[in-house]
Design a protein around this ligand. Structure first.
Ligand code: ADP
Ligand code: MN
Ligand code: MN
Ligand code: MN
Length: 331
C-alpha cells in the first residue's frame, strides 16, 4: 500500500506570492522527506541553477483525496539548506522563539472573492448588482453566491484538522470570509496557507476562482481584508496591556502598511469600514480605526485587539512577525 502526499509551497511571485503544489506517491510507512522542484518556473531560481528544496513544516490529513493521503505544507530552502529569500516563515520562527514567553495568539479573518467568467460571482454580465446592504451574512439566492463551495471548504478544513473558527458571507456579492485561530503565530500562519490552498482547490471543481484581490471592484464596493486579531498572555489578563499594544503599533505604522499586502492604499481609503492608510488610529468598537478594541474587551477589561489593516492578500508569516515584534519589544 502507498499514500499520496501533496507537497504545497509558497512561490516567489512578486508582489504577491502564489501557492504551488505537486503530488508524491510514498510507500506505506515511509516518512515525509525533503523534496525538490524547478525554481526557474516559480520565480525562485535562474534556469541554469534551478533546484530548490522543499522541507515539510506542517502536514495534515488530505480531505480531498481522503484515506491515508496527506497535505504537506513546506518551506523553501536553497540547496545548502539555508532559507530561500522567499521563505518568510524562517524569519517568523526566530521572532516567535524570541518572544515565546508572551504566549501570543492570533485569529485571522480571511476575506476573499469568488470570480466566474471574469467578474465577481453574482455580478450580472456587463453590469452591477443592487448596491451593498443585504449581502453581508445574507441568505437566499438573491443575496449569496457560492455557498456550496464555502460549505465544502469549511467541511474540508475541519476534516484536515485545521482550527477554522467560522465563516460568513461578506458585504459584496461573491465575497466571503473564514476565520482561523486563535493559535500561535506559526500555527495560525501555516493553517491559513493550507486553508487558502483548500479554498482554491475546491473552487476549481466548480470552475470558479477564489481571489485575495484587496479591491476586486473599484468604486462603491468593499475591499477584501485579513483582519488580524492578536493577544499576549498579559493582554488576556489586563487592560493596560491592551492599550500598551495599541500604542506600540503606533510606532512606525508605515512599516506595517508596506508589509500588509500589495495594493493596500487602494483598500485603506478611510471609507468602507477602513481607516486611511497614512493615519494610524485605535478605538473601542471603531470599525473606522486601524486597530479596534472589541467592545467586550473594553467591558471585560482584558482580551485582544483587532488590526484591521492587513489586506486579504497579506502573508501571515510577515504580518504576525511584525505584530509580535513590535508589541512584545515595547511591552
Ligand atoms: P469580526 O467581528 O471582526 O468580524 P470575527 O468573529 O470574524 O470578528 O473574528 C474574530 C477573531 O478573533 C476569531 O478568529 C477569533 O478566533 C479571534 N480571537 C478571539 N479571541 C482571541 C484572542 N484572545 N486572541 C487572539 N485572537 C482571538
Ligand atoms: Mn469577521
Ligand atoms: Mn469581514
Ligand atoms: Mn474583523
Amino acid at each position: 500500500m502507498s499514500y499520496i502526499a501533496e507537497y504545497i509551497w509558497i512561490d516567489g511571485t512578486k508582489p504577491t506570492a502564489r501557492l504551488r503544489s505537486k503530488a508524491k506517491v510514498c510507500a506505506d510507512g515511509t516518512e515525509l522527506g525533503l523534496w525538490g522542484f524547478d525554481g526557474s518556473s516559480t520565480s525562485q531560481a535562474p534556469g541554469a541553477n534551478s533546484d530548490c528544496v522543499l522541507r515539510p513544516v506542517c502536514d495534515v490529513p488530505d480531505p480531498i483525496r481522503g484515506g491515508d493521503n496527506r497535505l504537506v505544507l513546506c518551506e523553501v530552502l536553497n540547496v545548502d539548506m539555508t532559507p530561500h529569500a522567499s521563505n518568510s516563515r524562517a524569519q517568523l520562527v526566530e521572532t516567535a522563539e524570541k518572544y515565546a514567553s508572551f504566549e501570543s495568539l492570533f485569529g485571522i479573518e480571511q476575506e476573499y472573492t469568488f470570480f466566474k467568467d471574469g467578474r465577481p460571482y453574482g455580478f450580472p454580465q456587463g453590469g452591477f448588482p443592487a448596491p451593498q446592504g443585504f449581502y453581508y451574512c445574507g441568505v437566499g439566492s438573491d443575496e449569496v453566491w457560492g455557498r456550496d463551495i464555502v460549505e465544502e471548504h469549511l467541511a474540508a478544513c475541519l476534516d484536515a484538522g485545521l482550527e477554522i473558527s467560522g465563516i460568513n458571507a461578506e458585504v459584496m456579492p461573491g465575497q466571503w470570509e473564514f476565520q482561523v485561530g486563535p493559535l500561535g503565530p506559526l500555527e495560525v500562519s501555516d493553517q491559513l496557507w493550507l486553508a487558502r490552498w483548500l479554498l482554491y482547490r475546491i473552487a476549481e471543481d466548480y470552475d470558479i476562482s477564489a481571489t485575495l484581490d484587496p479591491k476586486p471592484v473599484k468604486g462603491e464596493w468593499n475591499g477584501a481584508g485579513a483582519h488580524t486579531n492578536f493577544s499576549t498572555k498579559q493582554m488576556r489578563e489586563n487592560y493596560d496591556a491592551i492599550i500598551s499594544a495599541c500604542e506600540a503599533l503606533a510606532k512606525n505604522p508605515q512599516e506595517h502598511i508596506e508589509n500588509y499586502g500589495a495594493g493596500i492604499e487602494s483598500r485603506l481609503t478611510g471609507s468602507y469600514e477602513t481607516a486611511p492608510w497614512d493615519k494610524y488610529s485605535y478605538g473601542v468598537a471603531d470599525r473606522g480605526a486601524s486597530v479596534r478594541i472589541p467592545w467586550q474587551v473594553h467591558r471585560d477589561q482584558k482580551g485582544y485587539i483587532e488590526d484591521r489593516r492587513p489586506n486579504a492578500n497579506m502573508d501571515p508569516y510577515v504580518v504576525t512577525r511584525l505584530i509580535v515584534d513590535k508589541v512584545c519589544s515595547n511591552a
